[in-house]
Design a protein around this ligand. Structure first.
Ligand code: FPP
Length: 247
């Protein structure tokens, strides 16, 4: 997001999401289709990530959550895990100045402790250095799994009940959501998943209760501002009823 003029995604409808979540999928298939190692797919994916952040901010959408590393991704071959975590560390260290210039506030959700001290420090520094950003709130989900997040919230509240600090009858959805890693953030209105897969894969399950789901066959490294615009146009055409009848 430099001073250079940008092509703005221009949705046909005035209805715009406040919060988009993206499941960035297809890096491996993108690389395989080119006879390249998977690591090259992840690198190209990181470039697409930068484009998506820029395009989201340009569109005036204030919240973006990216699924960059799931709790299940630890089960990939050790070499690929090393490459992915190395790429994330590189991003956290080298893109921060640009994020600050662009008014992007970065937060990490997920089990950051699993990445070890070096990455943990890079995360903390990135969060601290970008804390003044007001243009785009960017959440990067790392070692994230929605069921574990919901379970941790349930455990914390069970503990509070056991200690007499919480009346179970007084517990409501609002209170429950304050125990999630997204406490205080708006729920996503739109979840995008690339690469043709049509599932949520343990991403923001509680938070996405009323989100519109948008699936595209585009592989993540190919995702660009035009693809984001298409998703926003589709979002603008959806009728969101939240369980009520059409008005
Ligand atoms: C899914 O593709 C993608 C991932 C597991 C990692 C996502 C990481 C990035 C987009 C790059 C780094 C991100 C940042 C924030 C710098 P896959 O490997 O599952 O692809 P496949 O399904 O085709 O094998």
């Amino acid at each position: 997001m430099s001073a250079a003029p940008e092509r703005r995604p221009e949705p046909a409808s005035a209805a715009m999401p406040t919060h988009i979540g993206i499941i960035m999928d297809g890096n491996g298939r993108w690389a395989a289709a080119r006879g390249l190692p998977r690591a090259m797919g992840h690198r190209a994916g990181a470039e697409a990530t930068k484009r998506a952040i820029e395009a989201t901010a340009q569109a005036g959408i204030p919240w973006l959550t990216l699924f960059a590393f799931s709790s299940e991704n630890w089960g990939r071959p050790a070499q690929e895990v090393l490459e992915l975590t190395g790429l994330l560390r590189h991003y956290l260290r080298h893109e921060i100045a640009q994020l600050v210039r662009d008014g992007v506030r970065l937060r990490v959700i997920g089990d950051r402790a699993r990445f070890g001290a070096e990455t943990g420090e890079a995360i903390l520094r990135a969060e601290r250095d970008t804390a003044g950003g007001t243009r785009l709130n960017l959440n990067v989900a790392l070692s994230y799994g929605s069921r574990a997040e919901i379970l941790a919230a349930a455990r914390a509240m069970a503990q509070a009940v056991a200690e007499g600090r919480l009346d179970p009858a007084a517990l409501d959805e609002e209170q429950f959501s304050h125990h999630l890693s997204t406490a205080g953030m708006p729920d996503p209105d739109l979840i995008i998943r690339t690469s043709g897969e049509q599932r949520l894969s343990n991403f923001l399950l509680w938070q996405s209760a009323y989100a519109e789901l948008y699936f595209t066959d585009v592989l993540w490294p190919d995702f660009n501002v035009g693809h984001l615009r298409a998703a926003l146009e589709e979002f603008g055409r959806r009728e969101r009823r939240y369980g009520a009848v059409a008005g």
